[in-house]
Design a binder for this molecule. Structure first.
Ligand SMILES: [Zn+2]
Length: 231
């Protein structure tokens, strides 16, 4: 396991429980022998298994190590996504990307007081993304500002492969795509408008962070989720 889609690798052994998955991803860059890490798992002490050794052993099984991770993409500030960011940024020397507004919190200029766990550490963000920025990693990605779940949440979209990495803008709840759960969401109104935008993309696969990735038919499921909204 598990290269879930060509070049999209799901790091095993980092889920807090069978009901609470944290889909830490390693993306194989199309150019060169480098990898991109997408979100970094729960912080040590909150997670039954620290993600860093699991990422290392995943890379080792592919004949490489942490030094091959040249870039780290962050969807948002919550600690289950940024828990090992400081340590991984230090150990890899990778360039760290996050949305512009999220960087205000991650770099410590603003204090996050919304729902969900705040980021555990101050971390330098090297590339502060705005909506529509293209990123020459993996097979080519576009940053989408998808505020709602957090103020500066960013999703990543690969147009050539029709894959959306929506972070926590959507969850997989019982096999269905649903807008990010209200109790963890900073602005439900913004979350719905961000989801509507994602539902307008040409998408086959939706690889969210919580719940099983949807490998096919994801576009129709996004549209249905956008229509349903919050109950
Ligand atoms: Zn979150």
């Amino acid at each position: 396991m598990p290269e879930i889609l060509p070049g999209v690798h799901l790091v095993e052994g980092v889920n807090p429980s069978p009901d609470f998955t944290t889909n830490v991803l390693l993306l194989k860059d199309a150019k060169g022998a480098t990898w991109t890490l997408l979100d970094t798992g729960l912080p040590p002490g909150k997670a039954p298994t620290n993600a860093i050794p699991q990422i290392e052993s995943y890379l080792a099984r592919h004949g490489t190590d942490l030094s091959a991770v040249r870039n780290i993409l962050i969807t948002h500030l919550h600690a289950d996504h940024t828990g090992n960011l400081k340590e991984l940024a230090r150990r890899t020397g990778a360039k760290v990307f996050a949305g512009r507004e999220e960087a205000e919190y991650l770099e410590g200029r603003k204090v996050y007081t919304g729902p969900g766990m705040p980021p555990p550490d101050r971390v330098d963000i090297h590339e502060k993304l705005k909506d529509g920025d293209t990123i020459d990693l993996f097979e080519g990605l576009v940053a989408l500002a998808t505020p709602g779940h957090t103020p500066g949440h960013t999703s990543y979209y690969c147009p050539s492969r029709r894959v959306l990495f929506p972070g926590d803008s959507v969850f997989n709840v019982g096999g269905k795509i649903a807008v990010s759960l209200k109790e963890y969401t900073f602005s439900p109104t913004l979350a719905i408008s961000s989801l509507r935008r994602e539902a307008g993309l040409d998408v086959e696969s939706v690889v969210m962070y919580h719940g099983a990735p949807v490998l096919s038919g994801g576009g129709a499921m996004l549209r249905s989720a956008a229509q349903s909204g919050y109950p």
